[in-house]
Design a protein around this ligand. Structure first.
Ligand SMILES: *[C@@H]1O[C@H](CO)[C@@H](O)[C@H](O)[C@H]1NC(C)=O
Ligand SMILES: *[C@@H]1O[C@H](CO)[C@@H](O)[C@H](O)[C@H]1NC(C)=O
Ligand SMILES: *[C@@H]1O[C@H](CO)[C@@H](O)[C@H](O)[C@H]1NC(C)=O
Ligand SMILES: *[C@@H]1O[C@H](CO)[C@@H](O)[C@H](O)[C@H]1NC(C)=O
Ligand SMILES: *[C@@H]1O[C@H](CO)[C@@H](O)[C@H](O)[C@H]1NC(C)=O
Length: 341
């Protein structure tokens, strides 16, 4: 990778980005990975369930190309789902409208040989897609002499930028506290709701050339905040970067775009087709998702037996707190004291 020492302004205009495009991957016929489901669509890839509106294989297996994933053989007989061609999908939640993926970590490292800085920085453009960056993520920056930014500098209408500085007391005896990301060696910042563009850059005035013997690298990534466990060794070793192969888990919100529930309900393309389903507007107003009504579970996006079905609460008396006689009813249940008590 070429070494670069450029001013912040120049850095922004550099085309030396590794791009993740928003175009959906082509449908491919998956090898038999088990599962099955309605309309001969395979609903599982490796260990990951792929519920409708998501899918892979024939076009009708997903609601639209926007929800189409691929199921790739990793080379040793293990199948892993991908979206956006190269982004690994960890799991999909219908109820919360979440899809967890592996996002790429940006780095900024001093290279003693060239005496310059090596870097890789990511951007991800989800503008006008059915995905947005979830508030379950935080912008996480790790390093000892690091100032990194996350922002949307290209979209003039929705300009946004925030930064995070991570420092550590290199010469003292003070140790960094494991497990907490509180500014020393690690900094985290929330992102605004509904964001659909993500770009990382490092401030080149804060580089590790003077401390490279101890801490040669700075890292920055948008990641699921509950997944971050900071370790002191993250500033002195490549551990943060290498643990998941230069990646970290991130959460995306997905939705049925452009309409809110009120408008969508009367629309011929209304996605909540299961009986006993209901429509939920996304918090950022970019669309809606479907849920099963309380007391029902299943897939609100499909009709029939895979759709929202009554939960038999009586089968799980501990969870539903019925320690007497139980009578199930659609969407609910009744609990009685045994006769004579
Ligand atoms: C297959 O490779 C993946 C990474 O490419 C690895 O995570 C997995 O453990 C491997 N599985 C087997 C059975 O070797
Ligand atoms: C997964 O397969 C699709 C379709 O064959 C391909 O475009 C994509 O690059 C593959 N992704 C990875 C990470 O191998
Ligand atoms: C590191 O930053 C200093 C200023 O803080 C600058 O003089 C130096 O050229 C930078 N080194 C590299 C390798 O970018
Ligand atoms: C760091 O700690 C060691 C032993 O605990 C001590 O000998 C040394 O003087 C300390 N250094 C500083 C800069 O406080
Ligand atoms: C972080 O996410 C990875 C991938 O899903 C998982 O294996 C790991 O257990 C998670 N760690 C924490 C602390 O949540």
């Amino acid at each position: 990778m070429p070494s670069q020492a450029v001013a912040l302004g120049t850095l922004l205009s550099l085309v030396a980005l590794r791009l993740i495009t928003t175009s959906t991957a082509e449908a491919q016929l998956p090898p038999s990975t088990g599962g099955g489901g309605a309309e001969e669509c395979i609903r599982r890839c490796g260990s990951v369930d792929i519920p409708y509106p998501f899918g892979f294989g024939p076009d009708h297996c997903a609601l639209s190309q926007a929800y189409m994933l691929t199921c790739n053989d990793t080379g040793n007989g293990t199948f892993v789902p991908f979206g956006w061609k190269t982004v690994q999908v960890l799991d999909i939640s219908l109820e919360r409208g979440h899809i967890r993926v592996m996002n790429f970590i940006s780095f900024y490292c001093y290279d003693a040989t060239s005496q310059g800085m090596d870097y890789s920085r990511w951007h991800w453009d989800l503008t006008n897609s059915v995905y947005a960056l979830s508030n379950d993520n935080k912008f996480v920056v790790i390093g000892c002499r690091t100032l990194a930014f996350i922002g949307n500098v290209k979209d003039m209408g929705k300009k946004y930028m925030t930064g995070c500085a991570a420092m550590c007391p290199i010469d003292g005896n003070q140790t960094l506290t494991d497990m907490s990301c509180s500014g020393m060696g690690c900094c985290q910042a929330p992102i605004p709701p509904g964001l659909q563009y993500y770009e990382v850059f490092f401030d080149d005035r804060w580089n590790t050339s003077a401390i490279h013997g101890l801490s040669p690298c700075s890292y920055a990534v948008l990641m699921e905040s509950s997944n971050l466990t900071f370790s002191e060794t993250y500033v002195t070793s490549p551990e943060f970067y290498t643990t998941y192969g230069g990646r970290a888990p991130m959460v995306l919100d997905w939705f049925i775009p452009n309409k809110n529930c009120q408008v969508a309900r009367t629309d011929p393309g209304y996605a909540c087709v299961s009986s006993n389903s209901e429509c939920v507007d996304t918090a950022s107003g970019q669309g809606y998702i479907c849920n099963c009504k309380r007391g029902f579970r299943g897939n609100p996006y499909v009709k029939g037996s895979d759709g929202c079905q009554d939960i038999n609460e009586c089968d799980d008396p501990v969870k539903y707190g019925c320690h007497g006689s139980c009578a199930n009813a659609p969407g609910t249940f009744k609990c009685f004291c045994p006769r004579g008590t």
